[in-house]
Design a binder for this molecule. Structure first.
Ligand code: GUN
Length: 293
């Protein structure tokens, strides 16, 4: 059984990006610049944003955080998005989700200029990806595909079962893996809350991608011997076992599932670090596209 080391893989890719940025700057090019809008005090969101900023620094990007209180009105947020769309210094930006209930998330996403939508959440980017046109691919699906590629995991002709149908993970990753490309050419089944016999479907998976948002949902009896298991789950639970006072769990019961797998991603240190690297890649791409305009 091989543990897919997302931490190590992401460090390798970050170093590749850092070297490329050095060359761009030496050649007189623009320093890539990412802005992040965060609304409210959600602890997990703050940690994610902190890690995104740290990664920008590591790869040599400029970064800006724009913070708003939970009580912000939609119009103020939309005005800031408009400002960032027009700001020539900013190559890409994201609005950290989730947003407070009184703000319409879809309206916010649709207000972002697709050429700066480095999260790949805008319908234009999702639609372009669907039909195989160049697009910003959202961070988690892109990170999963990178891991499969870097670990030489064959997807062609394999049965890939995706648990979860979110716009951010389940749906786009299912499209990427079924496309006529490499990685790709898999036969994909999407399971969700209304799927009957979910255990039996999972047992047929050569590659099982779990993004169902329930702590330790996948147990040992749901996984075929030799399967590849990718765990997208991230559940922060208060714990006396760690220095930080928090312990992270995935959507997969790792101790039960790992012995049956050919490859598995741990939580933490699997898909998580790869998502940030995908955001860095998209920001670099956004800068290059803007420079080529
Ligand atoms: N919240 C959880 N993951 C993400 C992400 O990838 N992007 C944004 N904007 N918000 C998130």
């Amino acid at each position: 059984m091989t543990i897919i080391d997302g931490k190590q893989t992401s460090a390798t890719i970050k170093e590749e990006i850092r070297q490329e940025v050095i060359k761009i700057k030496e050649g007189g090019g623009k320093t890539p610049s990412l802005a992040v809008i965060i609304v409210g005090d959600d602890g997990a969101s703050r940690t994610y944003v902190h890690n995104k900023m740290k990664s920008c620094e590591q790869v040599g990007f400029l970064s800006t955080v724009i913070e708003y209180p939970e009580s912000i009105d939609e119009a103020t947020l939309m005005a800031k998005i408009d400002e960032l769309n027009k700001d020539a210094e900013i190559d890409g930006f994201i609005v950290q989700l989730p947003l407070p209930k009184h703000i319409d998330e879809n309206k916010v996403i649709e207000a972002i200029d697709p050429s700066k939508d480095v999260d790949g959440f805008h319908p234009i980017n999702l639609g372009r990806m669907m039909i195989g046109l160049p697009a910003f691919i959202s961070a988690t699906p892109a990170g999963i595909v990178d891991l499969l590629e870097r670990y030489n995991i064959e997807t062609e002709g394999k049965h890939c079962v995706v648990l979860g149908r979110s716009n951010i993970v389940g749906t786009p990753v299912s499209v990427l893996l079924s496309r006529k490309s490499k990685p790709g050419n898999a036969t994909v089944t999407i399971c969700h809350s209304r799927t009957k016999n979910i255990n039996e479907v999972c047992l047929t998976a050569d590659i099982l991608i779990v993004a169902i948002g329930q702590k330790e949902f996948v147990t040992g009896d749901m996984v075929k011997e030799g399967a590849v298991v990718i765990d997208v789950g991230m559940h922060r639970v208060k714990s006396d076992l760690t220095k930080s006072g928090w312990k992270l769990y995935g959507d997969v019961k790792f101790d039960e599932v790992a012995p049956k797998c050919s490859h598995i991603t741990p939580v933490p240190g699997g898909v998580g670090p790869m998502t940030i690297v995908s955001l860095m890649k998209n920001t670099l791409l956004a800068m290059k596209r803007r420079a080529a305009e």
